[in-house]
Design a protein around this ligand. Structure first.
Ligand SMILES: *[C@@H]1O[C@H](CO)[C@@H](O)[C@H](O)[C@H]1NC(C)=O
Ligand SMILES: *[C@@H]1O[C@H](CO)[C@@H](O)[C@H](O)[C@H]1NC(C)=O
Ligand SMILES: *[C@@H]1O[C@H](CO)[C@@H](O)[C@H](O)[C@H]1NC(C)=O
Ligand SMILES: *[C@@H]1O[C@H](CO)[C@@H](O)[C@H](O)[C@H]1NC(C)=O
Length: 702
């Protein structure tokens, strides 16, 4: 009764001008759209980007997703208009032909479309939450590759087993990037193939087409292999799942490998990083191996230039910023080098291919003095405080590492003023590929890391015995002035971190000195006691391990990129976080610090405060400030997403919401009635049973 009464009031209000009061809102706010029919789909996909949910009204996961989808649409609609990306739906019950044509094999299927058609699936391992859907939309909108209209054809050539063997025997003319597919008869990699159990195959055809023309500029050709017809070959390479479906509930993925020409060993490299549909990942893989296979020469001057580069925050569209490269320099004296010394370069190709952005060089310049001058520029940066004694290069720290010998290995990073010198004590180590590889890996982190749910865990578990902390700068790139401020603060954070590094190195030296002292005392005591010569010798050759510990990893989070960046990482302790805030994680002891030694919110405005705070946290024994910094126990399990839906206040709006929803309900009921009539007519016309047979094979997802 009350309901009817309310409804009639609402109706009267609606008719009688109540709506006028909200008139502006309701005309400006677009309504949640109906699913697209085939014609609308075809015309809308022609421009802009679209995240399309293919659903069936009967699938339970689709029903569960519906409110999330609507919320994502509402939240993102305006922003999406600015970015030329929409959330759209296709009802596969009503548009069966379209869904067949698009090879929709399960519901709900969320895909990105662009002017050249299907681009990629919504990531399989991502939960279908409002935040994740919107993050996906933003990320893809900013990726310029998505908007490309592809009027090119794939240049990839089909390769048979015998041709592949010729290539492996070094008989190719150019380096060639080869892809392996779960297919039998694919001539061109653009062919319309019904790939079985391979969700990523069709998106990867697009990736491969773009790659085939991009790699041409690097003189790298592309080819593809049908594993179902070249079964022996694919089995031997370990891609037997591409020959035959082994497990129907396990998706298959195309594989990629590079073959170098004119050599018969160290010439075949499988792409081992996680599968991706991003062309950049494979471009980096292929071009780096080709470059590293003939390492260019680098001079001491160029090394200094590399380390002098200023760090630039990648702008949101990802353009014009080169990645932070890792320069692995093999330095030798051309007079004394022997061929065995150089062999190691060929063996490093494979391990380096798996380290992102690692480039190999040769140098005949004196890299020890280059390292020293890089170090000096770091000290120039940290002598910013006139009331502190001048800090100078720690000679003895360098001496701990630098061995007077040839050849040797160095790592320099773009924009980093800390040289990394391979701790080799003899030529044995310089020829030990495993030892060299693990050393390069141990120093391979970029000087500054963007922190996201996908990189966070890896950073936290990166050599925890060496890296004790993660220092995170919050940045905001949404406007020009915020971008400027973010860049400035990151540079200050780096100064603070270098200042800490100086203290840390001193600490390493102090610890080593103390150990040496203990050793000397022990030997003296032994001599005094008249111990046997054997015992004394044993004590004297006991090595003092150099514990290069308590390093920190620098990172940043762009809080404008995602509404819940921090809660995704379980780091939302405060109500609000702002541009400029710094968060320190003590990885080993599992504490989070958000304050400096004075109890203020930690910020990088003062590098001095950053240094003092880091020292107090990680080097309490060498810290001047004994202050107790407030800290929180860090619980690395991920944040509680539901906190976000907590809404408070705005009670007075409730009444309006109720009334509006009633109006909408009445409207919906009328629509449903008329839709039902259309459906009935439609169902009578076609048989749709086949399409409904499969509902969401991926229900493990959420
Ligand atoms: C959106 O698309 C239109 C038409 O294709 C284009 O003119 C406009 O520049 C695009 N806007 C953005 C932000 O990419
Ligand atoms: C590609 O090969 C051509 C001809 O051999 C050569 O002139 C050109 O410099 C090469 N380009 C690159 C990027 O190596
Ligand atoms: C097939 O794959 C699923 C999903 O990863 C797994 O749970 C299952 O154990 C696999 N079955 C066999 C027979 O390997
Ligand atoms: C310089 O160091 C002193 C302590 O020695 C400190 O109080 C002061 O804030 C520092 N100044 C700057 C600009 O960092």
């Amino acid at each position: 009764m009350l309901f009817l009464w309310l409804a009639s009031i609402a109706y009267l209000l609606h008719v009688g001008g109540f709506a006028l009061a909200f008139g502006e809102d309701s005309t400006e706010k677009a309504a949640f759209p109906d699913p697209l029919n085939e014609e609308e789909f075809n015309s809308q996909m022609r421009s802009g980007l679209h995240i399309v949910e293919f659903f069936s009204p009967h699938c339970s996961h689709c029903k569960a997703l519906a409110p999330t989808w609507k919320k994502a649409w509402e939240t993102f609609y305006e922003e999406g208009q600015g970015l030329n990306i929409t959330f759209s739906q296709v009802n596969c019950l009503l548009s069966g032909d379209l869904c067949n044509k698009e090879k929709i094999a399960y519901f709900p299927n969320i895909r990105l479309y662009g002017p050249s058609g299907f681009i990629k699936n919504f990531p399989e391992n991502a939960k279908r939450t409002v935040e994740n859907l919107i993050d996906f939309a933003r990320r893809e909108a900013y990726d310029p590759v998505n908007a490309e209209v592809l009027d090119i054809k794939s240049l990839s050539i089909p390769i048979r087993g015998d041709q592949f063997n010729e290539l492996l025997a070094g008989k190719g003319e150019q380096p060639i990037l080869v892809s392996f597919w779960p297919s039998k008869t694919m001539r061109s990699s653009d062919d319309n193939i019904d790939f079985e159990n391979c969700d990523e195959c069709i998106p990867f055809q697009r990736t491969w087409r773009i790659l085939s023309s991009k790699l041409l500029a690097h003189n790298i050709s592309t080819g593809h292999i049908n594993c179902e017809s070249s079964s022996n070959l694919c089995e031997e390479l370990g891609f037997s799942d591409l020959v035959k479906i082994k497990n129907h509930s396990l998706d298959r993925l195309p594989r990629v490998a590079l073959i170098l020409p004119n050599r018969v060993v160290n010439n075949f490299f499988v792409y081992k990083s996680p599968f991706s549909t991003s062309t950049a990942d494979y471009e980096d893989f292929a071009t780096r191996i080709v470059s590293n296979s003939e390492p260019p020469f680098i001079s001491a001057k160029e090394v200094r230039e590399i380390t002098e580069r200023e760090f630039e925050i990648p702008s949101t569209n990802g353009l014009n910023v080169s990645p932070q490269k890792l320069h692995v320099v093999f330095s030798y004296d051309p007079e004394t080098v022997v061929p065995e010394d150089l062999h190691v370069l060929g063996h490093l190709l494979e391990p380096l291919s798996a380290i992102p952005n690692a480039y190999l060089y040769r140098s005949t310049d004196n890299m020890n003095s280059a390292s020293r001058s890089v170090f000096e520029s770091m000290y120039q940066m940290i002598n910013y405080n006139e009331s502190e004694p001048v800090k100078t290069v720690k000679e003895s720290f360098l001496d701990l590492n630098v061995m007077e010998q040839n050849p040797s290995l160095y790592v320099f990073k773009d924009g980093e003023k800390i040289p990394h010198i391979f701790p080799a004590y003899s030529t044995t180590e310089m020829r030990n590929v495993g030892y060299i590889t693990s050393w390069i890996e141990s120093v391979s982190l970029p000087p500054i890391n963007e922190i996201s749910p996908s990189t966070f865990e890896r950073l936290l578990s990166f050599n925890p015995e060496v890296y004790s902390g993660l220092v995170i700068q919050l940045i905001d790139t949404s406007t020009g002035s915020k971008f400027e401020k973010s860049s400035r603060l990151l540079r200050k954070l780096i100064v603070g971190a270098y200042d800490y590094e100086d203290l840390r190195m001193q600490n390493v030296l102090n610890v080593a000195d103390a150990k040496r002292l203990t050793k000397t005392k022990k030997m003296q005591a032994l001599k005094k006691k008249g111990a046997s010569a054997k015992k004394i010798v044993k004590a004297s050759i006991e090595e003092i391990p150099r514990l290069d510990v308590h390093k920190i990893i620098l990172g940043y989070i762009d809080i404008s990129k995602s509404d819940n960046a921090l809660s995704q990482l379980g780091l939302d302790y405060r109500e609000e976080y702002n541009l400029g805030d710094v968060i320190v994680i003590d990885i080993l002891n599992r504490y989070v610090y958000e304050h400096d030694i004075f109890g203020n919110a930690l910020s990088s405005e003062s590098p001095y405060n950053v240094r003092e705070t880091l020292a107090a946290v990680f080097l309490p024994e060498s810290s001047y400030s004994a202050g107790n910094i407030p800290r929180r126990v860090w619980n690395p399990s991920f944040g509680d997403v539901f906190r976000f839906f907590d809404f408070t206040g705005q009670v007075s709006f409730w009444r309006f919401f109720c009334i509006l929803s009633l109006i909408l309900l009445a409207y919906k009921a009328l629509r449903l009635l008329s839709r039902a009539r259309i459906n009935k007519r439609y169902k009578a016309k076609r048989n749709i049973v086949g399409l409904l047979g499969k509902a969401d094979k991926k229900n493990l997802r959420d």
